[in-house]
Design a protein around this ligand. Structure first.
Ligand SMILES: [Zn+2]
Length: 274
């Protein structure tokens, strides 16, 4: 009887322990550096002129670092390489956004995908080889070896033996972290975050106040917020120069509360904590 009671208590304690530990770990688990409440990744996709002309000068004026995901075949990479290189020298990240920005032409709304750039016609091995070449090209521009990736359009399925498969597992080892899907700016929990499946929001036409509200939400959750801008004051998927500067100014004025840095630096820190 006594033995049965003791063993029952022991079993209860055994069952209770992992849950209690998990709860404690969840609460105390994640701390951003220097008491910051959240991390903020400002990212800019597709190597657009308005990013060099408008977004970068604003970031530099307020002293914040960001990530620029270059489409390496993009005109501005060849034409304005010195400007991209100078951005890297000033501490910004040049990220990989593939050579040709391949997206799946067969998906709804993707009629704009040109046949020679259609991910549907590429194999996993071909796409992976191109992404690796992208890293070599980026290293030739900025001299760095550690990098992050943003998936064009969030489309991942390429040709594979027996059908189709995601090309992401074939390239994950080349990167510190990857942004793989759109729609969600604020990371729900750091404990559940997969560094190779980080979600982002690609804002279009949001006001400075709307962007700042997302930063505050990340602060309340103690997590991170990922913005993937395209045009800033021009080009396409435009955020106005004013809204962008309002956000950057707010982040600069609250830099102790919100840690704004390159996605590479943020995710290097996140992976060390895990
Ligand atoms: Zn893109």
């Amino acid at each position: 009887m006594t033995i049965r009671i003791i063993s029952a208590l022991a079993a209860a304690a055994f069952l209770a322990q992992p849950a209690a530990q998990a709860q404690g770990a969840g609460q105390a688990a994640f701390r951003w550096p220097d008491g910051a409440r959240a991390a903020v990744s400002l990212s800019y996709d597709d190597s657009l002129d308005s990013q060099l002309d408008t977004a970068l000068p604003t970031l530099d004026k307020y002293g914040l670092k960001a990530s620029f995901y270059l489409e390496l075949s993009g005109q501005s990479v060849g034409r304005r390489m010195a400007a991209w290189r100078a951005a890297a020298v000033r501490g910004h990240e040049l990220g990989n956004h593939s050579l040709f920005h391949q997206c799946s032409g067969s998906l709804p709304g993707h009629q704009w995908v040109r046949p020679e750039r259609d991910l549907d016609t590429l194999s996993v091995a071909q796409m992976a080889a191109q992404v690796r070449l992208g890293n070599t090209m980026l290293a030739a521009i900025d001299g760095r070896r550690e990098r992050t990736y943003t998936v064009p359009c969030g489309d991942t399925m390429a040709l594979a033996p027996g059908g189709r498969a995601s090309y992401l597992p074939a390239i994950a080892g080349e990167f510190v972290a990857m942004k793989t899907a759109g729609g969600q700016a604020v990371t729900p929990s750091m404990g559940g975050l997969d560094p190779y499946a980080v979600t982002v929001l690609a804002p279009e036409g949001l006001s400075g106040k709307q962007l700042i509200a997302l930063v505050r939400e990340a602060g309340e959750r103690g997590t991170m917020v990922n913005f993937t801008f395209h045009g800033v004051g021009g080009d396409y998927l435009v955020t106005s120069a004013e809204a962008h500067e309002e956000l950057v100014r707010y982040l600069a004025e609250n830099r102790k509360t919100y840690w704004t840095d390159t996605f590479l630096n943020i995710m290097t820190y996140v992976k060390k904590q895990k």
